[in-house]
Write a new protein. Sequence first.
Length: 197
Amino acid sequence: MDIAPLAKMGLISSDVNMILAGLLGFAFGLMLERAGFGSAHRLVMQWFGRDWSVFRVMFSAIVTAVFGLLILDEFELMSLDAVYINKTYWNSQIVGGLIMGAGFTIGGYCPGTSFVGLATGKLDALFYILGMSFGVLVFAEGWPLIEGFASMGASGRLTLPDLFGLNSWVVAFIVLLVAVVGFYGANTIEKKINAET
């Protein structure tokens, strides 16, 4: 019998769900800060190849989530169909990813780490958040002008197993293999660059 997501299965109220979300969000932010990800300097070192911590942490989170969800689904504790997945819109998501990547590279923060930086008094994080908020406002106000483009390439609820026609476990092990190779490559690059300076 599926027991998760807890709120969707009616095991907790929406109020309790929001409280838990707030507590988990606080804990996540605290962990980001303790890992040093509230500093743009630490994050920018990724782009120079000197510190691949962000890559390692994010890829570890992806692998953990993939296998965790598949295991919960396998033991019928949670159906993957109950997990919300954004619909795929190829055009807007590719352009949005490029814009976010550029913002991450230029500003040294992503949305989550910018709030962590602000919570610890970093002024550059405040400017990043203001810029991000301005971008959201422009997007919302300009929606009638870009709605046609944003809706192009609609593919519905699309996952990697759907896209490639593979079993979910096969995709999970491919992701794990990519992570292992990526970690090895990241460690090699990091050591080489740091040894040269």
